[in-house]
Design a protein around this ligand. Structure first.
Ligand SMILES: [Fe+2]
Ligand SMILES: [Fe+2]
Length: 205
């Protein structure tokens, strides 16, 4: 896939405004142990984030119904990554600072209604899913390790489903107009974050 095709796929699949720098996959492939360690923690954080949404919004039955299976899937992903690491003799080691998530988190809008606050959390999660999905697609297409290609292909499909889950939940609790406007703003913010981040081959994002 050339850069233009990749750009188009990114836009149509996920709405992301800035495709990943093509240099990323080359450095990532050379640091696959670091990528897997970072990835394991991404899955753990995804599961933890869904658990905290469920307990912080106990009155939202639909949210719980949608996110409970996502918790299980993210935790299964965490275990899958650990298994891949195990076969390669890679130790988990301590969690690293996630600059991408940190910058997105700092872009959350404060105030507004309880549902708008929930919306911020859902948009944040949706963006992380979308960007992870995009990066997993690149890994599934461009790295030379066949078994890891299949592994990332499977995960890409799953994360795309989660992205849809979060957007659908936002639409459940907020008006279509609000979601459209705020999501567009978030996409711009995310592109700005990606633009300003150093291209690092030891991080998923
Ligand atoms: Fe996942
Ligand atoms: Fe996910």
């Amino acid at each position: 896939m050339n850069t233009e095709q990749r750009n188009n796929a990114t836009k149509t699949m996920l709405g992301l405004k800035l495709p990943t720098d093509p240099r990323w996959v080359n450095v990532a492939e050379k640091n696959i142990a670091e990528i897997l360690i970072d990835h394991a923690y991404c899955e753990q954080k995804a599961a933890s984030s869904c658990i905290s949404l469920i307990i912080q919004y106990p009155e939202k039955e639909k949210l719980r119904e949608v996110l409970m299976p996502v918790v299980s899937e993210e935790w299964a992903h965490f275990r899958m990554v650990l298994k891949e690491m195990n076969t390669r003799g890679i130790e988990l080691g301590p969690q690293r600072r996630d600059e991408y998530v940190h910058l997105l988190y700092n872009s959350m809008r404060h105030g507004g209604t309880r549902d708008q606050q929930l919306g911020e959390r859902l948009f944040l999660n949706a963006l992380i899913e979308a960007r992870s999905c995009e990066r997993f697609r690149i890994l599934s297409q461009e790295i030379s390790d066949e078994s890891l290609r299949d592994f990332y292909h499977e995960l890409m499909i799953s994360e795309a489903g989660h992205y849809v889950n979060f957007i659908d939940l936002a639409k459940e609790y907020l008006s279509a107009e609000y979601v459209k406007t705020r999501w567009e703003e978030w996409l711009e913010t995310e592109a700005e974050v990606i633009r300003n981040l150093e291209v690092r081959g030891d991080r998923v994002h």
